[in-house]
Design a protein around this ligand. Structure first.
Ligand code: CIR
Length: 267
């Protein structure tokens, strides 16, 4: 693997939230997201991705799939290939076909995760040397075994870890700062899953900030976490803060709203 390919991307794919986004899956009560506010948040997100130099495709909303704005879950783009995953939530399973059609336009190699298990992209962290995948309520051992076979063919090592039960996805609690540096909440750091990496621990009380993304020279951080922003700037990262207040109402965050990749890493 080329370590820099874990955060240097020529492209990103996003999908506009539809009006149905108010009916997305959420854990627990809380206000519905407002589709207009969500759309504005999404537009700012797309603009910020474009400002990193990436070419950003914005797909049409899918009203039949309220959670389809969270494009990270039905696919994994790595090593110049796109893998269509099998999302673990029933209402999201149908997001696969439209995602396959979109990625077929961009990639020469699109591979379907075979039947048998489930994997959500939110449980996958691509680092500079491997893919870390967290078993969770959405990602099971059968799905991971299938993914492992595909990644082995692509020459990408996979390591299985555990997603803590209190969070939806593995990446709810962590994000990549650079090829060898991971930002993560204290419980994930303590679990030992990042041993051997440089780790920056998320300040206590700012755990929702953990779902950050590095895109080219910029680290995108959710707005409202001043101690995290200061800590990362102190460490020399160029931080851009973005509001994800509407996405957060559906347990979503920065990583879930894009697929980030270089379709032909040799070019
Ligand atoms: C879901 O439960 O599937 C959506 N409401 C949120 C998905 C967030 N995706 C992610 O963290 N990768």
């Amino acid at each position: 693997m080329n370590p820099e390919a874990s955060f240097r991307f020529s492209h990103a794919v996003t999908r506009q939230p539809g009006k149905s986004v108010a009916h997305g899956i959420r854990d627990g009560a809380g206000p519905d997201p407002d589709s207009g506010a969500f759309l504005r948040e999404h537009e700012a997100y797309v603009q910020a991705l474009r400002a990193t130099g990436a070419e950003v495709t914005v797909l049409e909303p899918l009203e039949d799939f309220p959670d389809s704005v969270f494009v990270e879950d039905p696919a994994l783009c790595v090593a110049g290939a796109a893998i269509i995953l099998r999302p673990g939530a029933e209402s999201r399973f149908g997001e696969r076909d439209p995602m396959r059609r979109a990625l077929d336009e961009i990639f020469t190699r699109v591979i379907d995760l075979p039947e048998g298990g489930f994997v959500d992209g939110g449980d996958i962290l691509v680092t500079g040397r491997e893919v870390l995948i967290g078993l969770s309520a959405r990602t099971d051992e059968a799905g991971v075994a299938q993914l492992d076979r595909i990644l082995a063919e692509l020459g990408v090592p996979l390591r299985i870890v555990q997603t803590p039960p209190e969070i939806l996805h593995f990446k709810t609690g962590c994000g990549l700062l650079d090829a060898e540096t991971i930002f993560a909440t204290a419980p994930l750091v303590r679990s030992g899953c990042f041993d051997g990496y440089e780790v920056v621990e998320c300040p206590e009380g700012e755990e929702p900030a953990a779902n950050l993304i590095r895109v080219n020279d910029t680290v995108f951080l959710a707005k409202g976490f001043p101690r995290t922003a200061a800590l990362l700037r102190e460490k020399g990262y160029a931080v851009t803060e973005l509001s994800v207040a509407e996405a957060a109402k559906l347990d979503g965050g920065l990583s879930c709203m894009s697929l980030r990749f270089t379709p032909d890493p040799s070019s």
